[in-house]
Design a protein around this ligand. Structure first.
Ligand code: NG6
Ligand code: CA
Length: 506
């Protein structure tokens, strides 16, 4: 026994002297893994096969879900893109900023350059930070000259490197922008963009249907690029136009190169990788065409899944998978017909993009904001399923806690232990937003205040959550929000109203 004690004392001493105290505490208290945040566009709760075994198979997202923590109560902050991204990056409720709504491609940057952001916080902690993919948070200060440096841009709110599309794949300008400069721009063919009026002599989707390879259903009938009619008018910039079918490969290439390069650096990296799939226009590369049997929407999801697999492979091959925290989520819930005839409705078959949830994109019902939400860290996060309520708004404070930063976002809770699977405790409540309306989720209950407007948005065929009455649902029993308990539970209703008013300050 004595011998054993002496032995362990000596080995302990040896181990202790092998690394300096500074290294030890850094290792124990503030691990500094690389962080890869994969953010899909309009991917629904039921679109990932780990969430519901349906017709669509997403093996690479499943690899993250089954090898990491799969959250069944993970929320985006909004049922549309811009507000969700705003909340994700700033840790602030989007309804606090009236500019946080679906933006045109010409909108100014809606994040104040003085505001704390997720990338800024990580950059202050010594991370190299990058965004590669869809931005949609505005650029510049009002009148943008697309032919000069566009500023402020993502690099002014915390990203060391940015390679983005400005707004959405269906909005002009249809060009890539790297660190504030349009890529491949020919100065003799300058770009002009306008969301009010067309440029003299330029064809449009409305007037020139003969030029279209994809037909518009609603909206989307302005300038035509690559045969696809877009939102907004654009002229010039021929050499800079992106190729829609190559977009997935394009961003993957940039992402891979970034990971490979940064894997050799002493600094950890934060890569925000917001993907364009399965948002419209759905333009999977021809090698994915027909693969899902569900038309372009399903094919685009398979393509996105493949891209995710390639990113994981890149981390593995660079020898840094164990040292990288991967987070996957989506900016809002699913939509089928979002403005183009692309067979999303016709070829859906048995697939249920929203899983068991009611509503979809634009909706105050659950499917608007409850999305796939996965944390994966090989060797550090035990595989499992968590029912704790977590939201994207919490990433700022939680990741700050991870890396030893004191920064906290105004509405962002530190749920680090929950995200790492060490605690089952999530948020108690959250305000969810959908096209400038808000609802409350608290405990297992959901409250939707009365709102005027149609119950169903006919063009996209989605129930918006509008009603003349308060709606109250208990989600564990009724995840599909079929039974309104407001009238039968007046006390609960009052309690929920108080919480709602308390957070909103009204
Ligand atoms: C809507 C578009 C829709 C999509 C959405 C933004 C029309 C009729 N509809 O205005 O197609 O682009 O904006 O989607 O124009 S989001 O995911 O970026 O929020
Ligand atoms: Ca979206």
């Amino acid at each position: 026994h004595l011998l054993w004690s002496v032995f362990s004392f000596l080995t302990g001493l040896l181990f202790f002297s092998a690394c300096s105290p500074a290294e030890q505490s850094a290792e124990n208290e503030n691990p500094r893994p690389n962080i890869l945040l994969i953010y899909l566009d309009d991917l629904g709760y039921g679109d990932v096969s780990a969430y519901q075994s349906g017709t669509l198979q997403t093996p690479n997202m499943d690899r993250l879900a089954n090898g990491g923590l799969r959250f069944t109560n993970g929320y985006a902050s909004s049922a549309t893109c811009t507000p969700s991204r705003y909340a994700l990056l700033t840790g602030t409720y989007p309804w606090r900023n009236q500019n946080a709504k679906i933006l045109p491609g010409t909108a100014p940057l809606i994040i104040d350059t003085a505001q704390m952001t997720l990338p800024k916080m990580l950059k202050n902690q010594g991370f190299h930070t990058a965004v590669i993919g869809k931005w949609h948070l505005g650029l510049g200060t009002g009148v943008v000259d697309w032919n000069a440096e566009i500023a402020p841009n993502p690099n002014h709110v915390g990203f060391d490197y940015s390679h983005i599309l400005a707004a959405t794949q269906d909005r002009v300008p249809t060009v890539y922008i790297e660190n504030g400069r349009v890529v491949n721009l020919d100065p003799n063919d300058p770009i002009q963009v306008d969301y009010e009026k067309n440029f003299e002599g330029e064809p449009t989707g409305l007037e020139n249907p003969e030029l279209l390879t994809m037909k518009w259903h609603h909206g989307h009938n302005n300038s035509i690029v690559n045969g696809i009619p877009r939102i907004g008018f654009m002229k010039g910039g021929k050499s800079a136009l992106w190729s829609d079918v190559d977009m997935a490969d394009h961003f993957l290439e940039k992402g891979k190169a970034y990971i490979q390069e940064k894997s050799k650096s002493d600094k950890p990296f934060f890569l925000f990788f917001p993907m364009q799939q399965p948002h419209v226009p759905r333009t999977p590369h021809p090698r994915f065409e027909g693969k899902s049997g569900m038309g372009p929407r399903g094919d685009a999801i398979l393509e996105a899944d493949w891209v995710i697999g390639e990113l994981l492979k890149t981390l593995e091959e660079a020898g840094i998978l164990e040292n990288t925290l991967v987070i996957l989520s989506s900016d809002n819930g699913p939509v089928l017909n979002d403005g183009y005839y692309d067979d999303a409705v016709e070829k859906l078959g048995d697939h249920t993009p929203a899983g068991p949830l009611r509503g979809g994109k634009y909706s105050l019902f659950e499917a608007g904001t409850k999305v796939p939400f996965i944390t994966y860290w090989k060797g550090k996060i035990q595989p499992g399923v968590s029912d704790a309520m977590v939201t994207q708004i919490d990433l700022l404070s939680s990741l700050a806690a991870l890396v030893g930063s004191q920064e906290r976002g105004p509405d962002s809770e530190n749920l680090l232990e929950t995200l790492l699977g060490k605690s089952e405790k999530g948020r108690e409540s959250v305000i969810l937003e959908a096209t400038s309306r808000t609802a409350l989720r608290a405990g297992d209950w959901a409250l939707i205040p009365p709102y005027p407007g149609p119950e169903v948005q006919k063009q996209v065929n989605i129930e918006l959550g509008n009603s003349t009455d308060y709606q109250l649902y208990i989600l564990k029993k009724d995840p599909g929000q079929q039974t309104n308990l407001a009238a039968s539970n007046p006390e609960k209703l009052e309690e929920m109203k108080k919480i709602y008013q308390g957070i909103k300050g009204v």
